[in-house]
Ligand binder design. Structure first.
Ligand code: CU
Length: 154
């Protein structure tokens, strides 16, 4: 077996998720927004409610629909709205966090462009307390709704 093949095997093994506790968090109102035409970055929005007495962080996300999923935020810097990659998404105790255009969101890189509007995708969320949650999100067009006309500039 070649070294390259072995690496593939090792990566494949490390990507299988261990069986972890189901997270106590409630995820609602989620959807994935397809990339704008010609682009490969989709975004996921949702609301996450942490009804526990502990601060938790969303630390990693995996999806077969994208090669990598990042936590992003928008912040004002010198009067400009800037998107930046964050290590994790803070979920304070007894609070809800909304991921929405112009704020926190999940960025799905190298989106699988065979997935279309109306389909569902599954995201595996892993939290700082080592719990996990599998969520199913509907896929919407970037032109859908129109309530948040907002473009991503990376
Ligand atoms: Cu982003």
């Amino acid at each position: 077996m070649t070294l390259k093949l072995w690496l593939g095997v090792l990566l494949g093994v490390s990507m299988t998720l261990p069986v972890l506790a189901q997270s106590p968090l409630q995820v609602s109102d989620g959807h994935v927004r397809l990339p704008v035409p010609g682009q490969t970055k989709a975004a996921a929005f949702m609301q996450i409610h942490n009804a526990t007495a502990n601060d938790i962080e969303l630390s990693s996300i995996q999806c077969q629909c994208a090669s990598r999923v990042e936590v992003h935020s928008h912040r004002h810097e010198n009067g400009l709205m800037k998107m930046r990659r964050e290590e994790s998404l803070p979920l304070p105790a007894n609070a809800s966090v909304t991921l929405a255009p112009g704020g926190w969101h999940l960025m799905l890189l190298d989106w699988n462009t065979t997935i279309r509007t109306g389909e569902d995708v599954q995201l595996q969320l892993t939290f700082s307390d080592e719990s996990t949650q599998l969520i199913t999100l509907p896929v919407k067009s970037v032109f859908d709704g129109g309530e948040h006309r907002h473009s991503h500039h990376h």
